[in-house]
Design a protein around this ligand. Sequence first.
Ligand code: ADP
Ligand code: MG
Length: 688
Amino acid sequence: MPDSLFPESLKKLGLHRWIDLALHFPLRYENESQVWSIDQVSPGQFAQIQVQVVSARIVFRPRRTLLVEVSDKTGTAVLRFLHFKDAQKNAYVPGHKIRVLGESRRSLAGLEFIHPRTRSGWLSLDQLGQQPLLPVYPTTAGVSQLMLRRAIARALVSALPSEWLPHKILAAHRLMPLDQAMRLIHQPPADAESTGVMRQLMDREGPAWDRIRFDELLAQQVAMRRARGLRETERAAPLGADRLASQIIAGLRFQLTAAQRRTWTEISRDLQGTTPMQRLLQGDVGSGKTVIAALAAAQAIGSGLQVAVMAPTEILAEQLFEKFCEWFGPFHVDVGLLKSGLGAKQRRELLMSISTGGLPIVVGTHALIQKGVTFSNLGLVVVDEQHRFGVGQRLALRSPVDGRMPHLLSMSATPIPRSLAMTYLADLDVSILDERPPNRQPITTKLMASARRDELVEKLTDFIAHGGQAYWVCPVIESDAEEPLQAIETAEAWLAPIFQEQLVVLHGRMGAEEKRLAMQDFSQGRRRLMLSTTVIEVGVDVPRATLMVIEHSERFGLAQLHQLRGRIGRGAGQSTCILLFDEPLSDVAKERLKTLYETDDGFEVARRDLAIRGPGEVLGLRQSGIPTLRYSDLQLHAAWVEQAIEFGAKWVDRQAGQASESGGVSIEALDALVDRWAFDKKDVLASG
Ligand code: ADP
Ligand code: MG
């Protein structure tokens, strides 16, 4: 079927081609061939009941709601509608017979259906037996199930892909043929219920789903391997090992840890190659990634090339700038900071020295990738806290100059789980800093109900009087009448009289210069209590600060709390993090706070975060640029992932060796596979 006939309205769902429709699988199925009596329905079950309307009324508290009471011989149930037009109420006439289809739940009032579908009239026994199993597709407002069902049924006729795997492989791996798997999932046969197939489909398990996942994971692998192959044809300037790096190491106030030395060796070796490096340096907060970036920069400068260092916030850029100045200053290497709020003349001069190549290192935020910034001979790009950037932003600096691509070093504190790393690795090298600098005391974490805030302030007064430095973190700047939270405003009004000139405030609504001064006052110890929002979450490094109070810690995610807490425990002093919380705590919040209480090891925190939220959420996979999997989960389906890696390696790499076919799979078949799943090259290349 030609694309010109493709229903325009479906594009809202991100569906653009007939094959996209064929791969748009149902969330669940509705079985209208069965009717339940009210007393048989258990909460959480999807059920159809045939009932009579008892009453229909609109209530206004706590919000406008249409409540329809219905009953059958065995009991009563309530239908609850939150979005409705007044006229809808008139459709429910007391005494009328209706069918109700939906998911039930138990409420104080008894059995309840929220936004069920209702039909007028009952089905006869004969009719009941003939109702098909209906797929229910993910959709958004404005695209009806009916329309989707029709369009998908059409796609299954015209766009069902033919089998591309050789017979031998299908048999050896007991894979269901592709067309059969797709048909089964979209249109289960009437007997699916009795054969147990329905159960499998509902759970997204069994041979049909295995086959879909095989294809999806393989498509991802093939796309990533090819991207890697492409990258290997790119050329970069080899950056020879240079004295400058060794000199910087010799000048440090500390010894590199073994992990730092190891990762530095890996990076230094990559930089000497003629293939552009694309390496992720992964290490928990405080593990000392910055100095490694500086060493890489030194190697680039030694070869006469420029370095761009990009950070997600101005505060962090400022800090990196200061660190780099400290380390490079003694060797008379200039470092520039491209920030907002520069005077026109200053900015012009800075841009000029970047474009002439006179400035070897430039630190900045995404201002670095704006128009008007051109490098004369960029050799290395460093992206700090890389997960904070969008794909396009990370990619922007990675464009060739005179046919040569700069090397790329990205850094992140968010660990990638092993299974994910395996796919990620198809296009990215990873170095891991798994050791903390010595003399670090573990952070003590305490949980405290916010009612005890006053008590805490007494202790804090004492702590500050004895020369301590602390952070006090609030979730919001202003409080909101609907949802009263401890806000910067209120906390400031309360803390300022107590701490007077010791207090400094920092939040995202302040101007860049104001922020810079606040940060400077605090990091140089002139002010000793910093009241701030989560703007300090990323990268801020003030080793003398050893106490942190986090208001409403129940509001934050696990990774975020860990990052915040990572602002302390950076020096030799014993650090304490106090998590204030408001009761009642949800189960998830309890789980999060318990995790933080029990461990301050970032990898362990990440592991539990994954267990609570899943990798897609944790890593923000969309933004991370890892081609997103729709039906496979790298952890849940790890066995299929390994298969895909194995086949991917065999097929793609052999083809790279010019064979037009390998193992009976043609290049065209792999092209079509990648295309079907729309793993486009740009996404893949951006994964670094
Ligand atoms: P992150 O990995 O979170 O970016 P940083 O690079 O900011 O960590 O390092 C945290 C702190 O540890 C900094 O003050 C840094 O100077 C210091 N540091 C880094 N490496 C070492 C080391 N080997 N020994 C002692 N201190 C170190
Ligand atoms: Mg850092």
